[in-house]
Design a protein around this ligand. Structure first.
Ligand code: TXA
Ligand code: MG
Length: 317
């Protein structure tokens, strides 16, 4: 069993203390909920892998409370990476950087690079600051779902994903629904220009405006589990399109009518709302026992691209 905490000062302190003692704490971020562990504690980090059922060769993102701790984790940071960090942190952006020599292999799965993020959710930031006050330097946190499944955007979704696998000392902080609803934009900053490995709410345009140029990922370049097929998948089969049969789930922007007899899962009026409610809609379909979800990805770049990316991966199963 696991306890649910709200986000009073006392409860955030309790959660930080639990993290420091090597327990797992699921916490809200503006993207999705993360399953946190002290990134310097091998046993705690190992538990993340077993609770998620995640293969050990998939590296974890380390979360820090501010850019000030960046150099404890990364080295040889390029000018453009620093410019991105200064501009977009705290926020939905993960930078892949060369890891410092002191960083242990267990958090990066043996890779020489490390993913770092400063989230903007105020509960996450308070938790990270409190953890650092206790002597911690970073919290490893993947999305708080079973490997390959849909990321949770509420505390109760974390509980239904992982409740059975957490123990009585682990905690879940309830901070309401994640604001963005899609995982962070991952940017590989180890080469001459930034490469987007996973699209998110921080868009290519925003990157270009700040540092002039970027390119889009090449799947084979770096192992990133969120890039492989069959990810972000509900139990239902996801099909991309705009025709659904009676009894099938249907997901599209609100201006697209529901096919006759299909079950409307969400009618977002804009891209932000599409992203925010996407994973809840996929979960809802599973709870209703719906076997097929037809989803019409939005057109365009930026956030539309990120939504489309997740829908394509959810459909590859
Ligand atoms: O929004 C997010 O990024 C959320 C919240 C909790 O911060 N976290 C998240 O973590 O989505 P996760 O583990 O579910 O997805 C992180 C992705 C994985 O595909 C992982 O393989 C990749 O980032 N990754 C992590 N470290 C990496 C590294 N050093 N090199 C390449 N890819 C890395
Ligand atoms: Mg994930």
């Amino acid at each position: 069993m696991r306890a649910f905490l709200k986000s009073t000062e006392l409860e955030i302190k309790e959660a930080a203390t639990a993290l420091k003692a090597g327990h797992l704490v699921a916490f809200p971020t503006e993207t999705v909920y993360g399953l946190g562990a002290d990134a310097t504690n091998q046993q705690a980090v190992n538990r993340i892998y077993s609770v998620k059922g995640r293969p050990s060769n998939h590296p974890l993102i380390v979360h820090i409370s501010s850019i000030k701790s960046l150099k404890k984790w990364a080295t040889n940071i390029s000018g453009y990476a620093l410019a991105l960090a200064e501009e977009f942190w705290p926020g939905p952006m993960t930078l892949i950087l060369e890891k410092d020599v002191l960083v242990k292999d267990f958090v990066t799965s043996g890779q020489k690079n490390i993913g770092i993020r400063v989230p903007s959710n105020s509960i996450a930031l308070r938790l990270l600051s409190e953890f650092e006050t206790l002597g911690g330097i970073g919290v490893a946190a993947p999305s708080a779902n079973r490997f390959g499944a849909v990321s949770p955007t509420t505390a109760s979704a974390v509980d239904s994903e992982l409740g059975l696998f957490l123990n009585e000392k682990d905690l879940i902080i309830d901070g309401g629904q994640s604001n963005i609803g899609l995982e962070s934009t991952i940017i590989d900053c180890t080469g001459p220009i930034p490469i987007i490995l996973r699209p998110g709410a921080l868009t290519g345009d925003m990157i270009r405006k700040k540092v002039g140029k970027y390119s889009i990922f090449n799947v084979n370049r770096i192992k990133a589990s969120g890039l492989i097929a069959s990810h972000y998948s509900p139990n239902a089969k996801v099909i991309l399109g705009d025709f659904a049969n009676p009894g099938e789930g249907f997901l599209a922007l609100s201006n697209i009518p529901t096919p006759l007899g299909a079950i409307r899962l969400s009618s977002p009026e804009n891209l932000e709302s599409y992203a925010k409610n996407l994973y809840a809609a996929l979960r809802f379909a599973d709870q209703q026992g719906i076997n097929v979800i037809v989803a019409k990805p939005p057109e365009g770049c930026g956030l539309a691209e990120a939504i489309k990316d997740r829908l394509i991966k959810a459909s590859m199963r």
